[in-house]
Design a protein around this ligand. Sequence first.
Ligand code: SF4
Ligand code: SF4
Length: 235
Amino acid sequence: MTEPEKMIEMNNLNKGCLRSWPHFQDYCITCGACSSSCPVSGIDGFDPRKIVRMVSLGMQEEIVSSRWPWICTMCGKCENVCPMEVDIPGLIRKIRSMRDRDKVPGILHKGLDTAIQTGNNLGLPQEDFIFILQDVGEEIAQEPGFEEFTVPVDKKGANILTTIHNKLVNTHTDDLKHWWKIFFAAKEDWTVPSTNWEGTNWGLFTGDDERMKIMAGRVAENMEQLQAKNLLWPE
Ligand code: SF4
Ligand code: SF4
């Protein structure tokens, strides 16, 4: 049996258990490089090395119920510096996926429920979304040099289709203006879809693979339907 085949066999034997391929946590030499590079090390005692060690020691219940896996930002710095190529972000996603969904912290799971039902984490109706985009567009058009600015919603064949982070149409509308003005100045050909525009995939962050795929698939559908050439997915 080849080494990869042995790993797959081991994974199958350990189905549902954390101590398995493909995250390679058992190769950890406890050097601490991951802890040093991690931007959230130290928050509430969080330390990626401790997570790796707990998994290697089979402390599955303790780590799944711990707050630590939810402190990680999934930035991937730890993985880049690890000399043993331990897949720490992947391991943390796996741990998150093992948490009962009604025990997922904060608004992440509820927001994902809402996004699956409505196309965005806020549950914002399409007409309200379009109203906000047009309102921001009108504000930009009042600035000198941007008089011709409009927001191209559902434009077919654009060079760039961009998703929108829900907070940008909720509490941070001013943040939309900066890059839209750059598009205008650069004479970019761009568009925003009026449905399924959500750029934040909480299926990714909560370890919910099935619903992560649904959210990603919707973005791909928008690309096809609007025949856009490139995708700008700021999240
Ligand atoms: S960097 Fe890699 S080998 Fe070093 S402690 Fe972290 S997981 Fe272990
Ligand atoms: S992926 Fe998580 S554990 Fe790794 S460096 Fe980023 S925040 Fe820290």
